[in-house]
Design a protein around this ligand. Structure first.
Ligand code: FES
Ligand SMILES: [Fe+2]
Length: 347
């Protein structure tokens, strides 16, 4: 079975299409809901594909705005915090928590503030996780999550009881698809992740792959059989949701393209309240090690696929069936979406 053309992994034109047709209308994980409880609290979505900021209004509503100032385009908010208003750091245009433009220094009555509100998208929570979509008319988040909530319920994890512990940011010198595809198979685990494979049973008879439209899942258990079962999910297009087998834990976070050959991402780690610091530290250390091993793999793959000397690769089924299915969905999505009208330049 042939892979996607490797040209797609270093092409600026393919990335432009992916941004428009794959990432733009998607639901993006923003962060823990616990950070957005107080009125005025905000959390910017760090994904470069989705410049969004979620804000808790004085009325208690959670809203998502396109994090782009209506003046000259500076990002309104960075990171997280709590404010009375959202003030752009460039020229101090100031927006209310509901997105309306309140003040613009030196602007006279000629500036129609009512037409210059922040563009509003859509925000939704799933358990302790906040998501945002730049499209106010987007279908609800539950549609994008599909069977994920019921699959997670199977491993006996109390989602609402999970407590956020820390965020881990990373960057990779690889196309975003290389990073996602590496995540979608454990064919490489015995070879490349010996310590992970000593703890987790990676025998294909017990390491199960399940594919649904837009949701690809790997189900596993610890070799010693202790604790909850493990689940590693990819939600289309690039959200990872991991439950490591053992103690009550979940990590969630996206990867997104920075450029054709560069990808960024983060993982937010949550644990059950009963999990000790030592148990959490042990899991984080193993995950960090797997992350380091994967970074070396995907960066090497990127050098190979970007060399231009080989047109495409070969997939081995069934070990790589999730990856195959992801590639098929990507190709269909890029081909099927209507052409986006090109911007008209002012005359
Ligand atoms: S770009 Fe925001 S105030 Fe100028
Ligand atoms: Fe890996």
């Amino acid at each position: 079975m042939e892979t996607l053309p490797w040209e797609w992994y270093s092409s600026a034109e393919v990335l432009r299409l992916e941004r428009e047709r794959v990432f733009r209308g998607a639901w993006h994980y923003v962060g823990p809901a616990a950070k957005l409880e107080e009125p005025g609290s905000y959390l910017a979505c760090p994904s470069g594909s989705a410049p969004l900021v979620c804000v808790r209004g004085r009325d208690g509503e959670l809203r998502a705005f396109v994090n782009v100032c209506r003046h000259r385009g500076h990002e309104i908010a960075q990171g997280e915090g709590r404010r009375e208003t959202l003030q752009c750091p460039y020229h101090a245009w100031t927006y209310d928590l509901d997105g309306t433009l309140r003040a613009a220094p030196r602007a006279g009555p000629g500036l129609d503030r009512s037409a210059l509100s922040l563009l509003e998208g859509r925000a939704e929570c799933w358990g302790p996780f906040v998501f945002a979509n730049s499209d106010a008319e987007a279908p609800p988040l539950v549609d994008a999550l599909g069977e994920l909530p019921s699959l997670l319920a199977r491993c006996g994890l109390d989602l609402d009881g999970l407590v956020f512990r820390e965020r881990s940011d990373y960057a990779l010198e690889a196309n975003w698809k290389v990073a996602v595809e590496n995540y979608l198979e454990c064919y490489h685990c015995p070879v490349a992740h010996p310590d992970f494979s000593a703890v987790v049973d990676v025998d294909p008879a017990r390491y199960l792959l399940e594919r649904r439209d837009g949701l690809w899942s790997q189900l596993c258990e610890r070799r010693d059989g202790e604790g909850i079962a493990g689940q590693f999910h990819l939600v289309w297009p690039a959200l990872k949701v991991n439950v490591f087998p053992g103690v009550a834990n979940l990590s969630i976070g996206p990867v997104w393209p920075v450029s054709p050959g560069r990808t960024a991402g983060f993982l937010d780690y949550f644990f059950g309240p009963e999990v000790s610091d030592e148990e959490a530290a042990e899991l984080l250390a193993l995950d960090e090690q797997v992350g380091r091993e994967d970074a070396a793999l995907v960066e090497s793959v990127q050098r190979g696929v970007a060399s231009g000397l080989v047109a495409a690769g070969t997939l081995l089924l069934p070990a790589e069936e999730l990856l195959f299915d992801f590639q098929r969905k990507l190709a269909t999505t890029l081909a099927a979406a209507p052409p986006v009208p090109s911007a008209t330049l002012p005359g």
